[in-house]
Design a protein around this ligand. Structure first.
Ligand code: HEM
Length: 238
Protein backbone atom coordinates (compact mmCIF):
# COMPACT_ATOMS: atom_id res chain seq x y z
CA UNK A 1 0.00 0.00 0.00
CA UNK A 2 2.84 2.38 0.91
CA UNK A 3 4.33 1.67 -2.53
CA UNK A 4 1.13 3.10 -4.02
CA UNK A 5 0.23 -0.25 -5.57
CA UNK A 6 -3.33 -1.53 -5.26
CA UNK A 7 -5.72 -3.07 -7.72
CA UNK A 8 -9.17 -1.57 -8.30
CA UNK A 9 -10.98 -4.72 -9.34
CA UNK A 10 -11.80 -5.96 -5.84
CA UNK A 11 -13.19 -4.45 -2.67
CA UNK A 12 -9.91 -4.32 -0.74
CA UNK A 13 -8.15 -2.70 -3.70
CA UNK A 14 -10.86 -0.03 -3.98
CA UNK A 15 -10.72 0.66 -0.24
CA UNK A 16 -6.93 0.95 -0.34
CA UNK A 17 -7.12 3.35 -3.26
CA UNK A 18 -9.35 5.58 -1.12
CA UNK A 19 -6.85 5.95 1.72
CA UNK A 20 -4.78 8.90 2.79
CA UNK A 21 -1.69 6.83 1.93
CA UNK A 22 -2.70 6.39 -1.69
CA UNK A 23 -2.55 9.77 -3.36
CA UNK A 24 -2.91 8.10 -6.76
CA UNK A 25 -6.54 7.07 -6.13
CA UNK A 26 -9.56 8.62 -7.81
CA UNK A 27 -11.33 10.01 -4.75
CA UNK A 28 -11.21 13.67 -3.91
CA UNK A 29 -9.32 14.63 -0.74
CA UNK A 30 -12.39 15.24 1.43
CA UNK A 31 -13.67 11.62 1.21
CA UNK A 32 -10.39 9.80 1.80
CA UNK A 33 -10.39 7.04 4.38
CA UNK A 34 -7.85 6.59 7.13
CA UNK A 35 -6.16 3.18 7.42
CA UNK A 36 -8.17 2.56 10.60
CA UNK A 37 -11.38 3.23 8.65
CA UNK A 38 -10.32 0.74 5.97
CA UNK A 39 -9.72 -1.86 8.69
CA UNK A 40 -13.16 -1.11 10.20
CA UNK A 41 -14.82 -1.43 6.75
CA UNK A 42 -13.15 -4.83 6.26
CA UNK A 43 -14.32 -5.99 9.70
CA UNK A 44 -17.86 -4.73 8.93
CA UNK A 45 -18.00 -6.58 5.61
CA UNK A 46 -16.74 -9.78 7.23
CA UNK A 47 -19.11 -9.53 10.20
CA UNK A 48 -22.16 -8.38 8.20
CA UNK A 49 -21.62 -10.82 5.35
CA UNK A 50 -20.41 -14.11 6.82
CA UNK A 51 -22.65 -14.94 9.76
CA UNK A 52 -25.87 -13.70 8.14
CA UNK A 53 -25.52 -15.75 4.96
CA UNK A 54 -24.37 -18.88 6.77
CA UNK A 55 -27.27 -18.76 9.23
CA UNK A 56 -29.69 -18.20 6.29
CA UNK A 57 -28.39 -21.39 4.64
CA UNK A 58 -28.50 -23.25 7.94
CA UNK A 59 -32.19 -22.42 8.49
CA UNK A 60 -32.90 -23.37 4.88
CA UNK A 61 -31.37 -26.82 5.44
CA UNK A 62 -33.37 -27.22 8.66
CA UNK A 63 -36.64 -26.16 7.06
CA UNK A 64 -36.13 -28.27 3.92
CA UNK A 65 -35.42 -31.26 6.18
CA UNK A 66 -38.77 -30.63 7.87
CA UNK A 67 -40.50 -30.29 4.47
CA UNK A 68 -39.04 -33.01 2.22
CA UNK A 69 -41.63 -32.27 -0.49
CA UNK A 70 -40.18 -28.75 -0.93
CA UNK A 71 -36.66 -30.17 -0.79
CA UNK A 72 -37.61 -32.47 -3.69
CA UNK A 73 -39.29 -29.64 -5.68
CA UNK A 74 -36.17 -27.53 -5.28
CA UNK A 75 -33.85 -30.40 -6.32
CA UNK A 76 -35.95 -31.12 -9.41
CA UNK A 77 -35.74 -27.47 -10.41
CA UNK A 78 -31.99 -27.28 -9.85
CA UNK A 79 -31.40 -30.44 -11.90
CA UNK A 80 -33.66 -29.12 -14.65
CA UNK A 81 -31.91 -25.73 -14.80
CA UNK A 82 -28.29 -26.68 -14.08
CA UNK A 83 -28.12 -30.46 -14.44
CA UNK A 84 -25.15 -31.69 -12.44
CA UNK A 85 -23.01 -28.74 -13.54
CA UNK A 86 -21.76 -26.12 -11.13
CA UNK A 87 -24.52 -23.46 -11.08
CA UNK A 88 -23.52 -20.26 -12.85
CA UNK A 89 -24.60 -16.74 -11.97
CA UNK A 90 -26.92 -16.59 -15.03
CA UNK A 91 -28.76 -19.78 -14.00
CA UNK A 92 -29.67 -18.37 -10.58
CA UNK A 93 -32.29 -16.15 -12.30
CA UNK A 94 -34.14 -19.26 -13.43
CA UNK A 95 -34.36 -20.84 -9.97
CA UNK A 96 -37.92 -19.76 -9.11
CA UNK A 97 -38.73 -22.41 -6.50
CA UNK A 98 -35.35 -22.00 -4.81
CA UNK A 99 -35.99 -18.23 -4.65
CA UNK A 100 -39.46 -18.73 -3.13
CA UNK A 101 -38.00 -21.09 -0.52
CA UNK A 102 -35.13 -18.74 0.36
CA UNK A 103 -37.54 -15.82 0.74
CA UNK A 104 -39.88 -17.82 2.97
CA UNK A 105 -36.90 -18.82 5.14
CA UNK A 106 -35.88 -15.14 5.41
CA UNK A 107 -39.44 -14.30 6.41
CA UNK A 108 -39.68 -16.91 9.16
CA UNK A 109 -36.04 -16.78 10.34
CA UNK A 110 -34.62 -13.37 9.44
CA UNK A 111 -30.89 -13.55 10.33
CA UNK A 112 -31.10 -9.88 11.39
CA UNK A 113 -34.14 -9.92 13.69
CA UNK A 114 -34.53 -6.15 13.92
CA UNK A 115 -32.88 -2.81 13.36
CA UNK A 116 -32.09 0.10 15.61
CA UNK A 117 -32.48 3.77 14.80
CA UNK A 118 -32.26 7.05 16.74
CA UNK A 119 -34.10 10.25 15.89
CA UNK A 120 -31.55 12.97 15.10
CA UNK A 121 -34.18 15.70 15.45
CA UNK A 122 -37.87 16.14 16.26
CA UNK A 123 -39.57 13.73 13.87
CA UNK A 124 -43.11 12.88 12.84
CA UNK A 125 -43.53 9.17 12.19
CA UNK A 126 -46.81 7.51 11.25
CA UNK A 127 -48.76 10.33 12.89
CA UNK A 128 -46.69 10.18 16.09
CA UNK A 129 -44.45 13.08 17.04
CA UNK A 130 -41.08 12.00 18.44
CA UNK A 131 -38.50 14.26 20.10
CA UNK A 132 -34.80 14.08 19.19
CA UNK A 133 -32.61 11.26 20.61
CA UNK A 134 -35.35 8.64 20.86
CA UNK A 135 -34.15 5.05 20.33
CA UNK A 136 -36.33 3.04 17.97
CA UNK A 137 -36.36 -0.71 17.40
CA UNK A 138 -37.89 -2.04 14.19
CA UNK A 139 -38.74 -5.66 14.98
CA UNK A 140 -38.34 -7.36 11.58
CA UNK A 141 -39.11 -10.78 13.03
CA UNK A 142 -42.44 -9.65 14.54
CA UNK A 143 -43.56 -7.93 11.33
CA UNK A 144 -42.56 -11.03 9.33
CA UNK A 145 -44.77 -13.22 11.55
CA UNK A 146 -47.78 -10.91 11.96
CA UNK A 147 -51.02 -12.79 11.04
CA UNK A 148 -52.73 -9.48 10.17
CA UNK A 149 -50.15 -8.95 7.45
CA UNK A 150 -49.43 -12.52 6.31
CA UNK A 151 -52.68 -14.31 7.16
CA UNK A 152 -53.66 -16.86 9.79
CA UNK A 153 -51.04 -19.28 8.44
CA UNK A 154 -48.24 -16.77 9.09
CA UNK A 155 -46.34 -19.22 11.31
CA UNK A 156 -46.31 -21.91 8.62
CA UNK A 157 -43.63 -22.53 6.02
CA UNK A 158 -45.42 -21.79 2.74
CA UNK A 159 -43.02 -20.75 -0.03
CA UNK A 160 -45.99 -20.44 -2.40
CA UNK A 161 -46.72 -17.06 -0.77
CA UNK A 162 -43.86 -15.73 -2.86
CA UNK A 163 -44.94 -17.37 -6.13
CA UNK A 164 -45.93 -14.00 -7.65
CA UNK A 165 -43.01 -12.09 -6.13
CA UNK A 166 -42.41 -10.22 -2.89
CA UNK A 167 -44.94 -7.41 -3.32
CA UNK A 168 -47.90 -9.83 -3.68
CA UNK A 169 -46.82 -12.07 -0.79
CA UNK A 170 -48.38 -9.97 1.99
CA UNK A 171 -51.29 -7.59 2.52
CA UNK A 172 -49.01 -4.69 3.42
CA UNK A 173 -46.44 -2.99 1.27
CA UNK A 174 -42.99 -3.11 2.90
CA UNK A 175 -43.82 -5.94 5.30
CA UNK A 176 -40.82 -8.01 4.15
CA UNK A 177 -37.48 -6.36 4.82
CA UNK A 178 -34.85 -8.95 5.83
CA UNK A 179 -32.12 -6.76 4.30
CA UNK A 180 -33.43 -3.50 5.78
CA UNK A 181 -34.83 -0.68 3.69
CA UNK A 182 -34.06 2.85 2.53
CA UNK A 183 -30.64 4.46 2.23
CA UNK A 184 -28.98 1.97 4.62
CA UNK A 185 -30.36 -1.17 2.96
CA UNK A 186 -27.89 -4.05 2.98
CA UNK A 187 -25.15 -3.37 0.46
CA UNK A 188 -24.51 -7.13 0.18
CA UNK A 189 -28.12 -8.13 -0.59
CA UNK A 190 -27.55 -9.20 -4.20
CA UNK A 191 -24.23 -10.86 -3.39
CA UNK A 192 -25.76 -12.81 -0.48
CA UNK A 193 -28.74 -13.90 -2.58
CA UNK A 194 -26.56 -15.21 -5.43
CA UNK A 195 -24.25 -16.89 -2.93
CA UNK A 196 -27.15 -18.59 -1.11
CA UNK A 197 -28.77 -19.77 -4.35
CA UNK A 198 -25.54 -21.24 -5.69
CA UNK A 199 -24.63 -22.89 -2.38
CA UNK A 200 -28.09 -24.39 -1.91
CA UNK A 201 -28.21 -25.57 -5.52
CA UNK A 202 -24.82 -27.31 -5.11
CA UNK A 203 -25.97 -29.02 -1.91
CA UNK A 204 -29.26 -30.16 -3.52
CA UNK A 205 -27.36 -31.55 -6.52
CA UNK A 206 -25.22 -33.75 -4.29
CA UNK A 207 -27.21 -34.63 -1.16
CA UNK A 208 -30.63 -35.31 0.23
CA UNK A 209 -30.89 -34.39 3.90
CA UNK A 210 -32.99 -34.92 6.99
CA UNK A 211 -32.95 -33.76 10.60
CA UNK A 212 -31.07 -35.89 13.08
CA UNK A 213 -33.19 -37.14 16.03
CA UNK A 214 -30.90 -35.04 18.25
CA UNK A 215 -32.07 -31.77 16.64
CA UNK A 216 -34.13 -29.52 18.91
CA UNK A 217 -35.97 -26.65 17.25
CA UNK A 218 -35.27 -23.57 19.36
CA UNK A 219 -34.47 -20.37 17.46
CA UNK A 220 -32.55 -17.89 19.61
CA UNK A 221 -31.03 -14.50 19.06
CA UNK A 222 -27.26 -14.60 19.51
CA UNK A 223 -26.69 -11.34 17.61
CA UNK A 224 -28.15 -13.15 14.59
CA UNK A 225 -31.11 -15.56 14.79
CA UNK A 226 -29.60 -19.02 15.29
CA UNK A 227 -30.68 -22.57 16.14
CA UNK A 228 -29.74 -22.49 19.83
CA UNK A 229 -28.65 -26.14 20.05
CA UNK A 230 -27.10 -26.33 16.59
CA UNK A 231 -28.46 -27.82 13.37
CA UNK A 232 -27.76 -31.54 13.36
CA UNK A 233 -28.57 -32.68 9.83
CA UNK A 234 -27.94 -36.08 8.25
CA UNK A 235 -26.75 -35.92 4.64
CA UNK A 236 -27.21 -38.76 2.15
CA UNK A 237 -24.99 -38.64 -0.92
CA UNK A 238 -27.01 -38.90 -4.15
C1 HEM B 1 -28.61 -13.20 4.51
C2 HEM B 1 -27.66 -12.33 4.38
C3 HEM B 1 -27.74 -10.91 4.88
C4 HEM B 1 -28.71 -10.29 5.62
C5 HEM B 1 -30.02 -10.88 6.16
C6 HEM B 1 -28.27 -8.93 5.82
C7 HEM B 1 -29.02 -7.97 6.50
C8 HEM B 1 -28.64 -6.66 6.61
C9 HEM B 1 -29.46 -5.62 7.21
C10 HEM B 1 -30.85 -5.82 7.81
C11 HEM B 1 -28.75 -4.46 7.14
C12 HEM B 1 -29.23 -3.08 7.56
C13 HEM B 1 -28.88 -2.78 9.00
C14 HEM B 1 -29.47 -1.45 9.41
O1 HEM B 1 -30.04 -0.75 8.59
O2 HEM B 1 -29.37 -1.15 10.60
C15 HEM B 1 -27.47 -4.76 6.53
C16 HEM B 1 -26.46 -3.84 6.33
C17 HEM B 1 -25.24 -4.15 5.79
N1 HEM B 1 -24.87 -5.35 5.21
FE1 HEM B 1 -26.01 -7.01 5.10
N2 HEM B 1 -27.07 -8.75 5.21
C18 HEM B 1 -26.70 -9.93 4.62
C19 HEM B 1 -25.56 -10.18 3.88
C20 HEM B 1 -24.55 -9.28 3.68
C21 HEM B 1 -23.35 -9.54 2.89
C22 HEM B 1 -23.03 -10.84 2.15
C23 HEM B 1 -22.58 -8.42 2.99
C24 HEM B 1 -21.23 -8.10 2.40
C25 HEM B 1 -20.64 -8.82 1.48
C26 HEM B 1 -23.30 -7.46 3.80
C27 HEM B 1 -22.83 -6.21 4.13
C28 HEM B 1 -23.57 -5.25 4.78
C29 HEM B 1 -23.06 -3.93 5.11
C30 HEM B 1 -21.65 -3.41 4.81
C31 HEM B 1 -24.10 -3.25 5.73
C32 HEM B 1 -24.08 -1.81 6.26
C33 HEM B 1 -24.59 -0.90 5.16
C34 HEM B 1 -24.73 0.54 5.65
O3 HEM B 1 -24.77 0.79 6.85
O4 HEM B 1 -24.84 1.41 4.80
N3 HEM B 1 -24.49 -8.02 4.19
N4 HEM B 1 -27.44 -6.09 6.20
Amino acid sequence: MKMGESSNDDLLGLLLQSTDCNEGGNNSKNIRLTVDEVIEECKLFYFAGQETTSVWLTWTMVVLSMHPNWQEHAREEVLQVCGKNTPRFESTNHLKIVTMILNEVLRLYPPVHGMFRQTAQKTSLGGISLPANVDLYLPTILIHHDPEIWGEDSAEFKPERFSSGISSASKEHLAFYPFGWGPRICIGQSFATIEAKIALAMILQRFSFELSPSYTHDPRTVISLQPQFGAQIILHQL
